[in-house]
Design a binder for this molecule. Sequence first.
Ligand code: ADP
Ligand code: MG
Length: 251
Amino acid sequence: RKKCIRISTGSKQLDACLNGGFQTMSISEVYGEFRCGKTQLAHTMAVIAQLPKASLANSHSREMGGAEGKVAYIDTEGTFRPERIMEIAERFGVDPDQACENIAYARAQNSEMQTELLEALASNFATNEYRLLIIDSVMALYRTDYSGRGELSERQQVLGSFLRRATQMAEEFNLAVLMTNQVMSDPGASALFAGADGRKPAGGHILAHASTTRLLLRKGRGEERVAKIVDSPDCPEREATYIITTGGIND
Ligand code: ADP
Ligand code: MG
């Protein structure tokens, strides 16, 4: 039986809220407004996943919280920056070029390609020790490709099979799947799902059910940002603050 691993977010406070970080064998979803740090978190975790695992022996080391694995990164918005990976690698004392080499990067231009890229990664996962799959951002292309009102049910069907495949892969290959997601601003759509705070992730019930852990990010005071756990099988609803630095997400 495969053992579930937790991968650190780069923020000790946020890790504490998540019992150590995002876990393998399931989908974690991070959603929030533009510029709240979703892509920066994705970059940070793409480096941390490569680091040594946490253990009692090195629990005071800066290098805990990794998964000693490679990373797959599906980019739907063209916001991946190798230079950021290199800067974050330096924070953790790993070779910047090596850190980039351990990330299998692919840019998806449309939702069909997003599915194809996921399928193509299966052979990577089967032959190498991958521990993290990032999809930044999961709904962006579906929202463009199925923008008409009449297309919503078709979109949800296609999205459902994408998410089922991602869940399968998470379990089969012991992967943490980190999906970033947008919040809905369309007034018609938000009326359908509007929560108390008016911030609802795109993707509706299909995505809500697929995500084991959901995290809402927002801007706080000054440079501070706030992460709120809104759905988790083993953590209470809590908030943590974090900042974005040259070295990635930090306390
Ligand atoms: P999202 O994906 O949620 O839209 P991002 O992850 O792209 O947001 O975060 C954007 C924020 O990250 C901006 O506020 C920007 O100032 C900050 N940021 C990006 N790079 C750095 C860096 N090297 N040092 C500090 N902050 C940075
Ligand atoms: Mg982004």
